[in-house]
Ligand binder design. Structure first.
Ligand code: GLC
Length: 482
């Protein structure tokens, strides 16, 4: 049995701020249990729902040398859907009201602690992984500590590591002296060929340099990040590591996102029945959100973290034109204040057409996927994107910018060949986006049969984890050396 350990800063169902949590919560379930024993370690955040905290069982605790102190490390565990989870407990580090905070130095200290603790617990829980699978900058120090601090001593010998980049934008940077003091790593590591980048210590860079393999969450993003525009300053390093860098596209949990069984939606439907049944969800959502009740009106959804990455300035730019169209626009999500206020403003100004829901609700998100006719994702960059996969699964036609995973998972509609599962545009330009939306409107209103065939093809596409989980398994096997 090969042993794999996921180390991550968030995971469904325990804690979620974005797509990373969906991946950490669903991929381990889909790795073949006949050959792999996959376990996951995440922090024990005080802000987790009580219902989940109640399920955790105490395993052990000890004190770890960290940042010139002896820090308490508690270990708890539980099993969900056959996957074993460990939780690192330390109240000073993980008791905030949210999993992340705005102080970059404190973030570095917290996740350096978490990374070191994740390795330190292994002998105590008697689990020696063959591969440690790290995710994003928060776990970038795991491969570094693994190679350097833990390399002597039999236990850690031969453990391989891989880091998956879900978002290159976040890297965990601070001045090298401070980071060196916190992490306890020798000054030798703080040079431009190791942790240093542009005079800062950079935790993600440490992970990329020291991991045995690097992956990201789509083929196109794996190519894009080797260029200056998408490379966030690390494109040179990623070009240098091109042989060890691969893209494996994310999947989604097909049991959770299933319009045939979804308990959150008003009317379940399938690839066979959507023509008649899906609209009942729209009707209910119009009622719930106080929008005009009209079965025929094209409803466009947007569910997103409200950040620069997501292309929301394009929407701001053309909203006054878009509201002249015969559509309804439903938004769900939280994030940067200026985007939250922008959508609140549009909701107030165009209350008959726009519904801005500035909070997050898993239940409402499912209802929006089920109710809308189209789903908008004009991202500036998008490593994979999961919402477009959920939209496809619910027969909701994605309108996307051709970047990262959006390009790899949404095939543009071609009216001459009758192919494609969505609509797309290439440049980061508001009117190109508007053109794509208006093209979709024309097909929706004037050629309904064609529209429904787009849905047929989208619902038939397979973005479960089946294919991608096999690719991760192959990579683990390759790393282990079979
Ligand atoms: C990040 C990326 C998103 C990706 C997700 C999971 O949230 O922004 O594109 O789908 O990670 O990998």
């Amino acid at each position: 049995m090969k042993k794999i350990l996921f180390v991550a800063s968030e995971g469904v169902p325990f804690i979620k701020t974005g797509g990373l949590a969906d991946v950490v919560g669903s991929l381990p379930k889909c790795i073949d249990k006949k050959y792999f024993d996959v376990r996951v370690v995440i922090p024990k955040y005080a802000c987790m729902k009580q219902e989940w905290k109640d399920k955790l069982q105490y395993v052990t605790h000890f004190y770890m040398d960290f940042n010139w102190k002896n820090e308490y490390v508690g270990v708890l565990e539980t099993t969900v859907d056959g996957v074993h989870y460990y939780f690192i407990d330390n109240e000073m580090y993980f008791n905030g009201p949210k999993p992340y905070c705005d102080d970059p130095l404190w973030e570095i200290e917290r996740f350096a602690f978490f990374s070191k603790a994740s390795l330190s617990i292994l002998p105590l829980i008697d689990f020696k992984p063959d591969v440690i699978h790290c995710h994003d900058w928060q776990t970038g120090l795991v491969p570094v500590y693994l190679k350097e601090r833990f390399h002597d001593g039999d236990f850690f010998r031969n453990i391989k590591s891989v880091i998956t980049i879900h978002n290159l934008k976040f890297q965990g940077k601070w001045d090298p002296k401070t980071v060196q003091s916190i992490t306890g790593l020798p000054s030798y590591y703080f040079t431009p060929d190791k942790l240093e980048a542009y005079k800062d210590a950079n935790l993600l860079k440490g992970g990329i340099v020291f991991a045995d393999a690097v992956t990201t969450v789509s083929d196109t993003y794996a190519e894009e990040i080797k260029t200056p525009f998408y490379g966030e300053g690390l494109d040179g390093l990623l070009r240098a590591r091109a042989n060890d860098l691969r893209g494996i596209v994310n999947g989604i949990d097909y049991d959770v996102f299933n319009p045939e069984t979804d308990p959150y939606i008003v009317k379940q439907y399938s690839a066979v029945t959507f023509r008649k049944e899906k609209v009942k969800n729209k009707r209910a959502l119009q009622e719930q959100l106080g929008l005009e009740k009209d079965d025929k009106k094209m409803m466009i959804g947007l569910i997103s973290r409200l950040t620069d990455q997501k292309g929301l300035d394009l929407i701001a730019y053309v909203m006054d034109e878009l509201r002249q169209d015969n559509i309804q626009f439903v938004v769900l999500g939280t994030g940067e204040e200026r985007y939250e206020n922008m959508f609140r403003h549009f909701d107030w100004k165009y209350s008959d057409k726009v519904s801005a829901n500035i909070f997050y609700s898993e239940e409402l998100s499912h209802r929006i996927y089920a109710s809308c006719d189209a789903f908008l994702m004009p991202s500036l960059f998008e490593p994979c994107g999961l919402s477009q996969l959920m939209a496809l699964r619910y027969g909701t036609v994605p309108i996307v910018r051709e970047t990262g995973g959006l390009k790899d998972t949404v095939e543009p509609y071609n009216e001459y060949e009758s192919t494609g599962t969505g609509f797309s545009f290439s440049h980061y330009n508001a009117h190109e986006m508007l053109n794509a939306i208006r093209y979709a409107e024309r097909i929706y209103y004037d050629r309904k049969r064609e529209w429904n065939k787009i849905i047929d093809r989208g619902m038939a596409a397979d973005f479960s984890w089946n294919v991608s989980a096999r690719k991760y398994q192959e990579m683990y096997d390759w790393l282990i050396g079979y």
